[in-house]
Design a protein around this ligand. Structure first.
Ligand code: ZN
Length: 281
């Protein structure tokens, strides 16, 4: 029967109190044990292991604590009333102040020191939460809800170029050299509205995996061309063709080109960018 099955677990007039308010006048057990006392003499103890119980003078008291989720340290504090069992609960939640991006793979450490224990690695391009604390060239971050530390120099406000695959796919990258991959990803990231790219083809720099065609017209194409010029070093841009004009890192101003006969051939419907082999070349 249900009633008899539960009889053993039932207790009358139980009351839950916090650790802090539990005062025990009797001699206390070895530090680190948990004690719970009821007037009936039955001790309910949580969590194991437990080796000692103590007797309280009055009241039916069950002490509960969220042991499962939190780490708890207990100290015995001598007060005028006697000894008080005091808990200090370390809460895993920590305040967050904002987000940053990881600029290069970085070790996550337990304290702000090169010698501190490494507990994880943040990969380049990851978005992470920072608390706002900085110490000695380290920034405090959250990793699995815990406060950890990484080198401040590895964090930035913007996701680094080329660290994240383009949502429209990476098939096009298979025949690209590294600078073309980075350029493709960077444009994709900065201009998500662009949906069509041209990659490998059997002609000029396309045949070498060193050119990307960005299908676009009008003012947005102007913006993309400017973006490529602004980031030419980090992307490894060699030259750009856009609106029947040619621009090169070695001669960085627009030069008019001869009419090649069509809108596409004259680059009115796409920005062509040729890259060096590697970014930074
Ligand atoms: Zn092209």
């Amino acid at each position: 029967m249900a009633s008899s099955r539960h009889k053993g677990a039932r207790r009358k007039k139980t009351r839950v109190v916090s650790w802090k308010s539990l005062a025990v006048n009797a001699a206390l057990p070895v530090a680190g044990t948990v004690l719970v006392v009821s007037a009936a003499g039955a001790a309910a103890i949580s969590p194991p292991p437990v080796s000692v119980t103590a007797v309280a003078s009055a009241g039916t008291t069950i002490v509960s604590s969220p042991f499962e989720a939190l780490s708890v340290s207990r100290d015995l504090v001598r007060t005028e009333e006697g000894l008080e069992l005091e808990s200090k609960i370390a809460r895993p939640e920590a305040s967050s102040e904002g987000t940053k991006y990881v600029l290069s793979n970085v070790e996550v450490r337990t304290s702000p020191s090169d010698d501190a224990e490494r507990v994880a690695t943040f990969r380049v391009g990851s978005e992470i939460t920072v608390t706002g604390q900085t110490v000695d060239g380290y920034t405090q971050v959250l990793n699995k809800g815990l406060e950890r530390w990484v080198k401040t120099s590895t964090l930035g406000d913007e996701r680094p170029f080329g660290s994240v695959s383009c949502p429209r796919g990476s098939d096009i990258e298979k025949r690209f050299k590294p600078a073309a991959v980075k350029t493709y990803r960077a444009v994709c990231q900065a201009f998500p509205q662009i949906t069509t790219y041209g990659g490998w083809a059997g002609r000029n720099d396309h045949a070498k995996g060193q050119a990307v065609d960005i299908m676009v017209t009008g003012a947005l194409g102007d913006k993309i061309a400017q973006f490529l010029m602004d980031h030419r070093k980090e992307l490894g841009v060699h030259y750009i063709i856009w609106k029947q004009r040619y621009w090169s890192v070695r001669n960085p101003s627009w030069k008019a080109m001869a009419d090649r006969g069509s809108k596409t051939a004259n680059h009115w419907d796409h920005v062509h960018v040729s890259t060096f082999v590697d970014p930074g070349d």
